[in-house]
Write a protein of this length. Structure first.
Length: 366
């Protein structure tokens, strides 16, 4: 039922956006009828690919080559949205040119349309290129602990993030020989039945003191209890509002469930419960998927908070929208209470396989 509702919402959004693009942009382009027909056909295919992309999130029968094409169509749809916004601004500008000779107004319109088309094409191309890059290794010299940490976040396994992608990520992590590894949420982005082999690749992570995982908001979309049950088959420790004390490192690892739990009244984050069992003599690392969780810290002052969720904005200018909802978009920050928070930009992606103004990362804290 939820899947059908999700599909229906996207259907209406995509339909409205593509329809608006035809009526506000294509219909008034100063080009030949044949070019308009071609653009309408391309617009129709993009809408169809949008739907196939959403449908593909819930199946494993679509080949990766086709699914990549469907995924890119989502990026193109983002461009259509930005194009519409800029087009309306230019339209208001054109309305101020009524006193200008018609031929000059047509030249200005054609120039504006040509510029937007060029920018849109460049935007998609640059985003796809950046999205195809190998995750960067970000070395953070925090110097707060006597051990090394690897953090990954937002794998979003499913679709293009497949077993081969996870296997390569594990190879990169193991090359760092970390003391401890943290996975800060949004591990999955489809039904667990389709990606079990991919998740089991994470079991090959070699870290001296284990691998720890918390839920992100996307786990709540794909039967979180079933995901939790499957994770028990791995050596990865899932922290559900609880603490793991590692005496050898003199560290408390506190993990909370995601804030999305409040919306559905399930697996609700509980900082008080999570902190039970902490050794007050040890330093504390808090794993919380959303940076926004700092608003729920109460009087607790962990030495370090590790988060993800934002993807570093993933595609400019959507980082500005993320900033409206989250206190930090990426990187290391110090809070007023003295705690540090590091927001990982994510090793995978959500939606189109594109990045612009951000890069996928593996974080190495030393």
């Amino acid at each position: 039922m939820k899947t059908l509702l999700f599909f229906g919402i996207f259907l209406l959004f995509f339909l409205a956006l593509h329809g608006l693009f035809y009526f506000r942009v294509i219909k008034y382009l100063l080009v030949s009828t044949q070019i308009k027909k071609t653009l309408i056909i391309l617009l129709g295919f993009n809408f169809l690919f949008n739907l196939l992309y959403v449908a593909g999130r819930y199946t494993d029968i679509i080949p990766n080559g086709l699914y990549y094409l469907f995924s890119i169509s989502i990026g193109i749809t983002f461009v259509l949205l930005l194009y519409l916004i800029l087009h309306e601004i230019l339209y208001l500008f054109h309305k101020t040119l009524k006193h200008v000779d018609r031929s000059k107004r047509e030249f200005i319109k054609k120039s504006g349309d040509g510029l937007l088309l060029t920018l849109g094409t460049g935007y998609v191309s640059a985003g796809a290129y950046e999205g195809s890059k190998t995750p960067a290794l970000n070395v953070i010299e925090l110097k707060k602990f006597d051990f090394t940490i690897v953090q990954i976040s937002d794998l979003h396994i499913g679709g293009l993030i497949d077993r081969a992608f996870v296997k390569e990520a594990v190879r990169q992590i193991n090359a760092l020989k970390p003391d401890i590894v943290f996975i800060t949420g949004d591990l999955v982005d489809t039904a667990i039945d389709y990606i079990q082999e991919s998740i089991l690749e994470l079991d090959k992570i070699n870290s001296k003191h284990g691998t720890y995982y918390i839920l992100g908001n996307h786990e709540y979309f794909h039967e979180p209890l079933k995901i939790i049950e499957f994770m028990k088959q791995t050596s990865i420790k899932t922290l559900l509002n609880e603490t793991a004390v590692i005496d050898a490192l003199k560290i408390n690892i506190v993990g909370v469930t995601d804030l999305f739990g409040y919306r559905i009244d399930m697996l609700v984050p509980d900082i008080d419960q999570a902190y039970k069992g902490c050794n007050p003599e040890y330093k504390t690392i808090l794993l919380a998927h959303q940076p926004k969780f700092i608003e729920y810290l109460k009087d607790y002052t962990p030495d370090l908070i590790l988060s993800g969720h934002t993807h570093g904005g993933q595609i400019w200018p959507f980082n500005y929208l993320v900033r409206l909802q989250q206190p930090y978009v990426k990187g290391l920050h110090r809070l007023l209470n003295g705690s540090y928070i590091y927001v990982n930009s994510g090793i995978g992606f959500w939606g189109p396989p594109m990045r612009l103004g951000s890069q996928a990362e593996i974080t190495f804290l030393i």
